[in-house]
Ligand binder design. Sequence first.
Ligand code: KMH
Ligand code: ZN
Length: 282
Amino acid sequence: MVGTLITVAPTGAETAKRDAPALPVTLAELVSAARDCAAVGATVVHVHVRDDAGEPTLDLGRLRDTVQALRAETDLIVQLSTGGSVTDSEDDRLRVLDAAPDAASCSMGTVNFGSDVFLNRWDFIVELHRRMRERRIVPEYEIFDLGHLSALHRLLDKYGAPYGGHVHCDLVMGVPGGMPGTTAALVAAVAMLPAGATFSATGVGRSTLPVALAALSAGGHVRVGMEDTLIYAPGEAVQNNAQLVARAAALSRIALRPPMGVEEARTMLAISDQHSRIRSLT
Ligand code: KMH
Ligand code: ZN
């Protein structure tokens, strides 16, 4: 039986350090959190970086340093966010790919995001898809709503498969404005996946646990982390990212689909070892 891919999204772009002191915002904190998460079962890290004031940034130098540090200090697959924060420009979001990560997120449509709008125009999505293939970066298609799966079919039909040939989606559920974090919504989304695609799911806020359980029972994979939830249980704040990864790993063992190792994850996601080779040469 296939193991479980556990992705950790440790930081995000929405939470302030003052509201969640355990949020990793410096490079040292991020690397330390990534190491702790790898030790308890994570194989992919979904990365947003912050500036010296702790604010979200897409500064290319910082992104490059972050990719390099995570490669040097962990074996995790490094997936940079091209979503950034709701105020980031398309040019800045496209430039993220110049930091040469193993993988990057590719959000498949516009969605209301609380009282903001997370804008993803069709032409922008096509450009992200095209540049990722050109740079040999494996996309993770972020699905916030069912219509985003229609857009994914359209993208693949018109512009072909991503680099590596495999399609992996992350169902981001429970965003205020997107699909709800329910089993029914997950089942509906899974039914719309392209043939041969694999999926992870992440539930925002209180939907974290129900979505993880639904994903495991539907044969999917799991993303957890402080980007998506700061609540561990009713009345109990998340202590750190590793706590969330350890719980996801425990659930995956109960489901008899224990956490995947990095090699198994690279094979499933069709991520070549080109970046590991680069690492060994530098
Ligand atoms: N911060 C959200 C507006 C992604 O990383 O690709 C977008 C987001 C998606 O987090
Ligand atoms: Zn993100």
